[in-house]
Ligand binder design. Structure first.
Ligand SMILES: NC(=O)c1ccc[n+]([C@@H]2O[C@H](COP(=O)([O-])OP(=O)(O)OC[C@H]3O[C@@H](n4cnc5c(N)ncnc54)[C@H](OP(=O)(O)O)[C@@H]3O)[C@@H](O)[C@H]2O)c1
Length: 278
């Protein structure tokens, strides 16, 4: 079985570099089986969220797995309707109950909701002090949002989970986060499966004798990110984890960087949807 790799966050905790994404993994057996298949394949990191409606299936699989809870790393996220100080504290307790565990390894503010995100962060700092969340972080935060948290609280997030792949190479954000010791977690690292047949990616995957998905995941790892491919298909779950035994050369990394076209598959904090102002 392949061994997981780890990065160290700014709070001293370690985070497994490849995690299983679970957005759009159907609640019930689909999510339960995907999480168990991933753990059996060697994954030690699962990414869920209140909004995915599958926390309890993740919790069930984690409890049934043959790997001790302390060897697994579980992330969940605070949804927008629960943002705010008191509501965030309550939402964390509810997520813990659904996950059926006594701590969350990494709790994220899902979106930088205007007028609420700072109060949510205040609650997160307390949740970390209480030990209910080992690490705390954010998602979809811009550089300005990160600077605001820093100036108000002086506690920087351990990670910022954002859309990141060669077709949306957010180099400024990555450089800023590296300078502040904030790890970028790359979500939609497979471009939500919308670029698997793209000719330049296919050409590179043929040169490397790897699949397009493996090339995309390895690119994110070599750009020093945590990477969260989602699949509910056992073969693909295994394929997406078979990324520790090859390296992409500098010249091919540069060709992948050059695929950037600011292609956003998910929601964009620089162009926020009306229901989630930033
Ligand atoms: N914080 C946020 O706002 C946010 C937003 C989006 C995503 N995320 C997180 O990031 C995770 C990943 O992002 P994502 O789900 O948007 O997209 P993704 O991982 O880029 O792509 C998932 C899609 O690729 C397919 N796929 C998986 N492995 C494949 C392979 N080896 N070859 C071909 N197709 C493959 C999956 O289908 P099958 O399942 O059928 O294999 C699915 O349709 C999410 O699940 C979630 O945990 C967070």
């Amino acid at each position: 079985m392949t061994e997981q790799l780890y990065m160290t966050m700014n709070d001293g905790y370690k985070i497994p570099v490849v995690g299983l994404g679970t957005w759009k993994s159907e609640p019930g057996d689909s999510t339960y089986n995907a999480v168990l298949d991933s753990i059996n394949a060697g994954y030690r990191h699962i990414d869920t969220a209140r909004a995915y409606d599958n926390e309890s299936d993740v919790g069930r699989a984690v409890n049934d797995a043959d790997v001790p809870r302390e060897d697994l790393f579980i992330t969940t996220k605070l949804w927008n309707k629960d943002q705010g100080y008191e509501t965030a504290l309550e939402a964390c307790e509810k997520s813990l109950a659904r996950l059926n565990c006594n701590h969350i390894d990494l709790y994220l503010i899902h979106w930088p909701l205007k007028g609420k995100r700072n109060d949510s962060w205040k609650a997160f700092i307390e949740l970390q002090e209480q030990g209910l969340c080992k690490s705390i972080g954010v998602s979809n935060f811009t550089i300005d949002n990160l600077k605001e948290l820093d100036s108000k609280y002086g506690v920087l997030p351990a990670v910022n989970q954002v859309e990141f792949h060669p077709y949306h190479y957010q180099k400024d954000l990555l450089d800023y986060c590296n300078s502040k010791n904030i790890i970028i977690e790359a979500y939609s690292p497979l471009v939500h499966a919308k670029r698997m047949d793209e000719v330049r990616l296919v050409a590179i995957s043929e040169e490397l004798s790897r699949t397009p998905a493996q090339v995309l995941i390895r690119w994110a790892m070599q750009r020093r990110m945590v990477v969260l491919p989602k699949s509910v298909n056992k073969d693909r779950i295994i394929e997406n984890f078979s990324v520790f035994d090859f390296e992409i050369s500098d010249s091919i990394m540069k060709r992948l960087d050059d695929l950037d076209e600011r292609y956003v598959t998910c929601w964009d904090p620089h162009n926020p949807p009306p229901y989630a102002p930033v």
